[in-house]
Ligand binder design. Structure first.
Ligand SMILES: *Cc1c(COP(=O)(O)O)cnc(C)c1O
Length: 354
């Protein structure tokens, strides 16, 4: 693979800097292009610098684009570990299918990612709770107005050293149950990690933030009755001795952290149900004391405890606003496997010898 080097490297954030999320970017990126005639071609690693686009490029007008989120961690043996990349590539091709984007060759994307990570190994932060976030993206690059699937695309991977997703770290989050706006309906694009989903969710997100909430808890579009997910996390509730997560009905993003948590919990003997769960059931469980814990799962936030939800003007505190035992167990297990401090019985961490 062609590697175009830069003459001057960027200043890395100093040790101890609060990295936040998505603020710093590494020196290089992986790119490849697609045209109808050539298919995917011109795979290379090049300096991560601003790129010029004609303003009539499809992506700017019709948001025909998709993305992924993964994390890489420095392993105790000195190698680089990436959490379940095969799952992300498979989901990215499913998102591509939904958005009329041509399937990309997974082996080439993985090879590009591995070469990029080897080159950028020094950017992987080491402090607890940090990681190198990986953002693969495909955008439609044909220069033409008119609502049609593009015939040209750019695939790129950029890297960002990150700390915790929420400004308050592992403090339990406050969620506002949204009963007006909708994120996604069955038959829509909620199942795909496509760009437009996030633009569509911003209005509700901004309004929730203005009221002091971290994120919105979305309900189903049809009845505004069933819990779906949070903007970038899947939801779990511990009710009595059952761990419940909304079933993937077609409007919910099929999270890889979600899937991993279900597997860990089942292995540890918990009763896990993927089923529809109404907001009414959550609220009554809260009122009668059977709602023990609630948490969100996602690559960016990992496992994030939920301390409070507001529904129709009433606040419901969960587990005294503190992180619960199952949430903690999952956080420790998943991050332990990712960091290589726990064994990896499922083979989830793909190791790259740097
Ligand atoms: C990415 C994302 C998630 C989490 O998925 P992971 O694979 O666990 O990172 C959940 N919900 C939405 C809407 C997302 O975009």
């Amino acid at each position: 693979m062609q590697v175009i080097k830069r003459t001057v490297l960027k200043q890395k954030p100093e040790k101890g800097t609060a990295l936040g999320f998505g603020k710093y970017f590494t020196d290089y990126m992986f790119t490849m292009k697609y045209t109808k005639e050539q298919g995917w071609h011109d795979a290379k690693i090049q300096p991560n610098e601003p790129v010029r686009f004609d303003l009539a490029t499809t992506i700017f007008h019709y948001a025909q684009g998709i993305f992924e989120g993964m994390k890489a961690f420095l392993q105790p043996d000195g190698s680089i570990g990436v959490f379940r990349p095969d799952q992300n590539w498979a989901r990215m091709n499913r998102s591509a299918e939904r958005m009329c984007i041509p399937q990309f060759p997974v082996e080439l994307a993985q090879e590009g990612l591995e070469q990029l990570l080897k080159l950028e190994k020094d950017w992987i932060p080491r402090e607890a709770g940090t990681a190198l976030y990986i953002r693969p993206t495909i955008v439609a690059t044909r220069v033409m107005l008119g609502v049609h699937a593009s015939t040209e695309y750019l695939f790129f991977i950029i890297l960002s050293p990150v700390g915790s997703y929420y400004a308050h770290g592992l403090e339990p989050t406050r969620l506002l149950v949204e009963d007006f706006y909708v994120r996604s309906a069955i038959g829509g694009t909620g199942e795909a990690k496509c760009l437009g989903n996030y633009a569509a969710s911003m209005k509700a997100g901004e309004e929730a933030e203005a009221k002091g909430f971290d994120q919105v808890l979305w309900l189903d579009a049809q009845e505004k009755k069933y819990v779906e997910e949070v903007g970038s996390m899947n939801m779990f509730f511990v009710i009595g001795n059952e761990v419940v997560t909304p079933e993937l009905v077609g409007s919910i993003l099929p999270g890889i952290t979600r899937k991993s948590c279900i597997q860990v919990l089942k292995e540890k003997g918990y009763r896990v149900s993927e089923r529809r769960i109404s907001i009414g059931e959550v609220i009554s469980a809260c009122e009668n004391g059977t709602l023990k814990e609630a948490f969100g799962t996602g690559t960016a936030a990992v496992i994030s405890p939920v301390g409070l939800i507001r529904y129709k003007g009433t606040d419901y505190t969960i587990h005294g606003g503190k992180m619960g035992d199952i949430t903690k167990l999952l956080y420790d297990t998943v991050t332990g496997i990712q960091n290589g401090t726990l064994s990896d019985p499922y083979g989830w961490v793909k190791k790259i010898e740097g």
